[in-house]
Write a protein that binds this ligand. Structure first.
Ligand SMILES: Nc1ncnc2c1ncn2[C@@H]1O[C@H](COP(=O)(O)OP(=O)(O)OP(=O)(O)O)[C@@H](O)[C@H]1O
Ligand SMILES: [Mg+2]
Length: 159
């Protein structure tokens, strides 16, 4: 399955996060790709804020690789930024293999861990809509691809 949201303003990212938060459950993996500043953390924050009650600040896990949030008893969202990951062993040391099964993972810069990514991951690609204006533009193009059957009810920004 594949969907494209041709242009999305920052204000609408929160709504997309609210819709995607409905799919937060054990074993669901959101894999966020796109250039620096394309909006991966912005979308991750929107999903986390909608899925968890009373979450405070949501820092980018740029340096500590992973930040976890409790959704319900014994169930967490793991938000990862693997830009600074050196090798796949480092991710395995974090406990990522278990987290991919037991928790919901939202992963920025997943490149190095592709060999252990579940087949049913939800792949989200973010692009600057207008290449020339780059990060000065507020529009993003978002493409979502997955073979995960839970996403069959997904209808873009329309609920
Ligand atoms: N439509 C939009 N969607 C998402 N972010 C937007 C949008 N328009 C503007 N922005 C801005 O673009 C920036 C995106 O930063 P963000 O940290 O989310 O990117 P990132 O992809 O996580 O970067 P990095 O690769 O460094 O982790 C923010 O400053 C945000 O305010
Ligand atoms: Mg980021």
């Amino acid at each position: 399955m594949e969907w494209t949201i041709a242009s999305i303003e920052e204000e609408s990212v929160y709504n997309l996060g609210r819709i995607l938060a409905d799919y937060v459950r054990p074993g669901v993996v959101f894999c966020l790709s796109g250039d620096l500043g394309s909006g991966k953390t912005t979308l991750a924050r929107a999903i986390i804020r909608n899925a968890c009650n009373n979450v405070g600040e949501i820092p980018s896990p740029t340096f500590n690789l992973v930040q976890s949030y409790e959704v319900g008893a014994g169930f967490e969202i793991w938000h990862l930024d693997l830009y600074r990951l050196n090798n796949i062993e480092e991710a395995i040391m974090l406990g990522l293999e278990e987290a991919l099964i037991e928790y919901c993972c939202i992963i920025e810069w997943p490149g190095l861990i592709e060999p252990i990514m579940p087949a049913h991951s939800i792949y989200i690609q973010l692009d600057f809509q207008d290449r020339n204006s780059s990060s000065l533009s507020n529009q993003r193009m978002i493409t979502i691809k997955t073979s995960n059957p839970i996403m069959a009810s997904f209808n873009g920004l329309h609920e």
